[in-house]
Design a protein around this ligand. Structure first.
Ligand code: PLP
Length: 482
């Protein structure tokens, strides 16, 4: 809810920034969009940006930077070793998280690689509130497996539970007791749980998870990539934190973790990433991998300009009026779609607006990738690029069987401070039209299927000629309009 009320009573998110640099957008005609989709193998990752009107694929590395971030980038101190820019970043992290040691990486999955190589041994288990694609891939690559111990409500797509990202404490304890604490590599808690709709955890839940970890001598690792949204929801929804500043909440959370890692493509509105800890042994164990895989310890694969931008971006994340922008726009879009009857994930979370494809195209079986088909259809009718988060984003098991996802979501990311309200209204309009014409959408099948992270490069085709029927209906209804 915006702090600024409209006299009309309307709940309109208000931008707390002004736009001073703009980028021209292109909206190709529907026939060209169909051609672009076909060329991209019905995979929105493979579309060219010049064919995309609203890029809602992700918020990763595409949030708008502030004038202060841009200015800081000009001041960067370029050197391989001992850069002043790195020291600034290290100090900012120390100030915000209270952690002594910082290892820079080129992005979030690099942290996952290093953490997994350091602590996941064959046969070990990593319990977590929910997995993220790259996290799971790295754990599995190192011989471990994940166990998702989300609360039952997490998978309830239309819920009013304010903290669907919480961990189920009884299930966590059960898992540790039945498998033995020595089999647990570490416990991982993800802020703003990406794959279940950007849903937050509560500080209270993390405090309880910490207690369980202490009882069994386990490390608690926080994936803080989506911490900004999670902080906003905690401040809004958690009674014990209402009077706390964002900085105080951040510190409370950080003090509960043994290791914090983050993708700075998300946290800090820049690019890059890093791992923070107060534990020297843990730091020393991971340190050698940084120089092997990332770069020297004072840049870790990041440019100095990126590091300057993160330092300022992290400070700006402590501002409630900055971190509220994403969630408030997402909430607006979600509410507008609900008014039009479109099935969406509630409560509105962070990161983006999530459409429930299982219900939107309930005539498409999971084996024909309903969320992928919906993503392709939406692009064709609007030029909007979203991301499939469902079975296509899963990996086949060792026998080659499909792993059916718990959810089939079309994620429409809301890069922070990037879109205007009229663009969001355009998206709502086209999605509502597509919903009315949903029966025209059909399934997809692979023509090229990579074995690892197949959603990035895989190519698909339509199982029937549904795409041409959809375009014909679009033209009948919209005439000359793009
Ligand atoms: C929760 C979470 N963890 C890790 C990552 C991986 O970060 P990166 O894309 O910077 O490698 C992401 C990226 O989307 C994420 O959302």
């Amino acid at each position: 809810m915006s702090k600024i009320k409209f006299h009309s009573g309307e709940n309109v998110p208000l931008e707390m920034h002004k736009v001073r640099i703009v980028q021209k957008l292109n909206l190709p005609p529907v026939e060209d969009r169909l051609k672009a989709m076909e060329e991209a193998g019905y995979n929105t990752f493979l579309l060219k940006n010049r064919d995309v009107f609203m890029d809602m694929l992700t918020d990763s590395g595409v949030n708008a930077m502030s004038d202060k971030q841009q200015a800081a980038m000009l001041e960067a101190d370029d050197s391989y070793a001992g850069s002043e820019t790195f020291t600034k970043l290290e100090n900012k992290i120390k100030e915000i998280f209270g952690t002594e040691y910082f290892l820079p990486t080129h992005q979030g999955r690099a942290c996952e690689n290093i953490i997994s190589q350091s602590f996941v041994k064959p046969g070990t288990i990593v319990p977590m509130n929910y997995h993220f694609t790259t996290t799971k891939a790295h754990i599995v690559l190192n011989g471990g497996r994940i166990e998702e111990i989300f609360i039952d409500e997490a998978l309830n797509l239309t819920s009013d539970n304010p903290f669907k990202g919480n961990m189920d404490l009884d299930k966590l304890r059960d898992l540790i007791e039945t498998s033995g604490a020595d089999k647990i590599a570490f416990v991982r808690l993800e802020a703003g749980t990406n794959l279940i709709g950007g849903q937050p955890f509560a500080v209270e839940n993390m405090q309880q998870v910490r207690k369980v970890c202490d009882e069994f001598g386990l490390m608690l690792i926080l994936d803080a990539s989506l911490l900004a949204d999670n902080l906003y929801f905690i401040k809004e929804r958690e009674e014990q934190c209402k009077e706390m500043t964002v900085r105080e909440i951040t510190r409370t959370i950080a003090d509960l973790a043994d290791i914090i890692y983050f993708s700075a493509r998300k946290l800090g509105n820049a690019r890059g990433g890093g791992i923070c800890t107060n534990n020297r042994d843990v730091y020393m164990k991971m340190r050698e991998y940084i120089t092997l895989y990332e770069g020297f310890l004072t840049y870790g694969g990041m440019s100095v300009r990126e590091m300057e931008a993160i330092t300022v971006g992290l400070e700006e994340t402590m501002d409630e009026e900055m971190i509220n922008q994403g969630p408030q726009f997402i909430s607006f879009m979600t509410e507008e779609l609900i008014k039009k009857g479109v099935p969406v994930v509630t409560p509105a979370g962070g990161l983006g607006c999530h459409i429930n494809a299982m219900e939107f195209v309930d005539h498409i079986p999971q084996s024909a990738y309903p969320a992928g088909a919906l993503a392709a259809a939406l692009y064709i009718v609007s030029g909007i690029r979203g991301m499939e988060r469902g079975t296509l984003s899963e990996q086949r098991d060792e026998e080659g069987n499909e792993t059916l996802s718990h959810m089939e979501l079309l994620r429409l990311a809301m890069p922070r401070r990037v879109f205007t309200l009229s663009q969001v209204k355009y998206a709502v309009d086209r999605i509502a039209w597509l919903y009315e014409n949903r029966k025209l959408i059909g399934g997809l099948e692979f023509t090229e299927e990579p074995s690892v992270l197949r959603f990035f490069f895989g190519k698909l085709t339509t199982s029937t000629d549904w795409q041409n029927k959809l375009v014909a209906k679009f033209k009948a209804d919209f005439g000359d309009s793009l």
